[in-house]
Ligand binder design. Structure first.
Ligand code: IVH
Length: 716
């Protein structure tokens, strides 16, 4: 079983989310956006620097970076390891030159527990076919959390320094690396081989990091999230003078091209590096058993907080180089080395309160507000609690002392409550109303699994500020009201300025604009012509087909198909609304009728009924009516067909046409197609295999025909 995290694919862009203001993003949305931005900005960097083929303008690129910064500022605990903010200053006209590594810079496999280390040890013994009693020595050293670099010396002089890049090709940062005190410009000692490539980690100490951030803060400049980001950002400065002003350090721990080896063991190589003038890690140790490795690991883990620099595990390497050579590599990691990672970083703090954040779809996510605590070099003051079930599972109450954890790119989490500390007094009660709009919240049933969803959702829809822009965007979208010139951007801006809060506001915009002092045409990005066009486009849509209208309302689970189904079944908006209100009573005929529609199940029915049960939703429909918006019944249906106005049920299998074709044809002929037989059913079309429905129809004395008769009736 491989525990190594898989390389993630670039996340898909969520258009609506990408337009939501940074200050309005929930924690989960922020994490999603930061992931997208990291990928997107990296992609643009690649196009710009490596392919010389930018796809966006500088302004667009800057906007992406600014958004990334704004989100990071709001949620510092979400700053990613691959955050673009760790690469500040890389944007000017020229990037760094490229360096193809003469020997690729590889990565390490991971061990997460003692068993993985035992496996590593035994695998090596087996591979090398070591006899019992034959000694295996493995070195152990801290795994530094910085960024690796490769230094090339020719005739003892530093000629080139590069970042790891993708392992095959990195960036030429020679001048920047020269500014680091731990890196000698000229190698010390005699008999230095002609070509020497030393590799290691560039990092920043905790103390230096704190001072740098202090300086940056005072100067009103960017503050770094952690020492690793600060080191990366400092090394990738185009101006080496800036790098020189940053307190970077370097530990040498491996090598690249080395035609003349100064030693035949890992230990010997490290000694040689030291003699040449490099700083090597003082904790480097040679171990002769699994037990010694484990002891080393736990020792370092204990001292981790006092080392003065960030580490994220320890690295074990087979000491004998001839054995390293024999062991070789599996894909991109050496078989002779492994990283034994520390568990996710944890810290204790107090949960001060639980806030509810409402996402664009109304999902209510509880967020833990914590007394700020440093976890792995990052100050954490928010953690996700996912949902009500998670709060229940943890048994967490505001006021509790909790253990928080941060692991890689994951949103900080609460691991557990610390029982032997004073507990919070009152149990947390998940709100049943939305904190943004006061509408009531429901826990829905997942239509696919039939199970109760873990998520509580605000039913506020359009009146909920957290959902409004998304809902409005949906309302004007292509398959809904399709209002040209009113895109996501415009909607968001109008919403922000209080011009459009609900769909009916769209239709009163022109009227209101006449009365306003600050005219729409004077707004940025607008002019007399574009405003005139917009008003015309709005006017054109004062009448839309009923199915579009229903779809536009954004009722959960009512997509285009269901909207059409409902439009066909209920004919007019007034009838639809009246029936849905009547259907609020589960025992009502209206509810039975709704459920009898082929394609309408319990979950969908519930969702439509709930929608109309909310006053604010009815107000929107009423508002649209007042603003003169009309829903036109679907294309005039035949009224002279033998099934016009009748309720038809299809049962059993059809052989000459598909069920959906038969249904569509029946609807076109003005019939209502139902999924179940009731006293209201007028006609049954029964194919082979018809069962209980047919029996019931017989019982009720309903007219029954077969497929051939149906086709004849339908006009062949
Ligand atoms: S040895 C062929 N030793 O870890 C393997 N790597 O996951 C050469 N790292 O990219 C790497 N401290 O940036 C080695 N003491 C150490 C290390 C170390 C940190 C980093 C390095 C590398 C990554 C591999």
């Amino acid at each position: 079983m491989s525990k190594a995290p898989k390389k993630k694919k670039a996340p898909e862009k969520d258009e609506a989310l990408s337009r939501k203001e940074a200050s309005h993003l929930t924690m989960e949305e922020a994490a999603q956006e930061l992931e997208r931005l990291a990928h997107e900005i990296a992609e643009h960097d690649k196009l710009y620097y490596q392919k010389d083929a930018p796809r966006v303008t500088d302004a667009e690129y800057d906007a992406l970076r600014q958004r990334n910064d704004a989100i990071e500022m709001r949620y510092p605990e979400l700053v990613r390891e691959d955050s673009p903010s760790a690469r500040v200053g890389a944007a000017p006209a020229e990037g760094f030159g490229k360096v193809v590594h003469s020997v690729p810079m590889l990565s390490l496999g991971n061990a997460f527990d003692d068993d993985d280390v035992t496996d590593f040890w035994n695998r090596i013994r087996k591979f090398l076919n070591l006899k019992e009693g034959e000694e295996l020595a493995v070195t152990a050293e801290p795994k530094i959390d910085g960024l690796s670099a490769s230094l090339r010396y020719e005739k003892g002089k530093l000629v080139q320094g590069a970042t790891r890049g993708d392992g095959r090709e990195g960036e030429n940062v020679t001048e920047n690396l020269r500014t680091i005190g731990d890196i000698p410009a000229t190698l010390k000692g005699k008999n230095i081989p002609d070509v020497v490539e030393v590799r290691g980690e560039v990092y920043m100490s905790h103390e230096d990091f704190a001072k740098l951030n202090e300086r940056q803060r005072e100067a009103g400049k960017q503050v770094f999230a952690n020492p690793r980001n600060a080191a990366a950002g400092s090394l990738r400065q185009l101006d080496a003078k800036v790098t020189a002003s940053r307190p970077l350090r370097f530990f040498a721990y491996t090598w690249g091209e080395m035609p003349e080896m100064p030693a035949d063991t890992q230990t010997g190589m490290i000694e040689a590096f030291e003699k040449w003038g490099f700083t090597v890690n003082p904790l480097f140790t040679r171990c002769k058993s699994i037990e010694e490795l484990i002891v080393f690991y736990h020792d370092i883990e204990e001292r981790r907080a006092t080392l003065g620099y960030d580490i994220d595990g320890v690295v074990y390497k087979v000491d004998r180089l001839d054995w390293q050579n024999r062991l070789g590599f599996v894909s991109r990691s050496p078989r002779w080395a492994i990283a034994h990672k520390f568990p996710a970083e944890q810290a204790m703090t107090v949960l001060e309160s639980i806030d509810i954040q409402v996402g664009r779809t109304g999902a209510m996510t509880p967020v833990a507000r914590l007394a700020p605590v440093t976890v792995g070099g990052v100050v954490v003051s928010n953690a996700t609690l996912h949902n009500a079930d998670e709060i229940e599972r943890l048994g967490v109450r505001p006021g509790d002392t909790v253990v928080v954890q941060r692991a890689g790119d994951v949103i900080p989490q609460i691991v557990r409550v610390v029982e032997d500390r004073p507990r919070g007094k009152t149990k947390y009660k998940f709100p049943d109303t939305c904190p943004e709009c006061g509408s009531h919240a429901v826990r829905e049933t997942n239509p696919k699994t039939g199970k109760l969803d873990a998520v509580m959702r605000c039913t506020g829809g359009l009146v909920c500020p957290a959902q409004a822009v998304e809902r409005l965007r949906h309302f004007v979208s292509r398959n809904a009201f399709d209002i040209e010139g009113l895109g996501e951007k415009q909607i968001a801006a109008f919403y922000q300025d209080g011009l459009i809060a609900r769909p009916d506001d769209i239709f009163t915009l022109e009227e209101r604009d006449k009365r306003e002092l600050k005219k729409l045409k004077d707004r940025e990005g607008w002019g007399a012509t574009s405003v005139k066009k917009l008003f015309e486009a709005i006017d054109e849509r004062r009448e839309v087909e009923l199915d579009r209208y229903i779809f536009a309302l954004g009722i959960r689970h009512v997509g285009e198909t269901n909207a059409r189904l409902l439009a066909r079944s209920y004919g007019t908006l007034e009838n639809f609304e009246a029936q849905m209100r009547a259907a609020a009573d589960p025992e009502s005929e209206a509810r039975a009728e709704l459920l009898s529609i082929d394609g309408v199940g319990e979950v969908l029915a519930e969702s439509i009924v709930d929608f109309f049960a909310e006053k604010h939703n009815r107000e929107v429909v009423e508002g649209l009516r007042k603003a003169g918006v009309k829903a036109i019944p679907l294309e005039a249906q035949q009224t002279d067909s033998p099934v016009a106005g009748k309720t038809v049920v299809f049962t059993g299998s059809l052989e000459r046409m598909t069920r959906s074709e038969a249904k569509a044809r029946a609807e076109q002929m003005g019939a209502k197609v139902a999924g179940s037989v009731s006293a209201k059913t007028d006609l049954i079309v029964a194919g082979p295999g018809a069962g209980s429905k047919l029996a019931k129809a017989r019982e009720l004395g309903i007219e029954i025909i077969d497929e051939d008769q149906w086709i004849e009736m339908a006009g062949g």
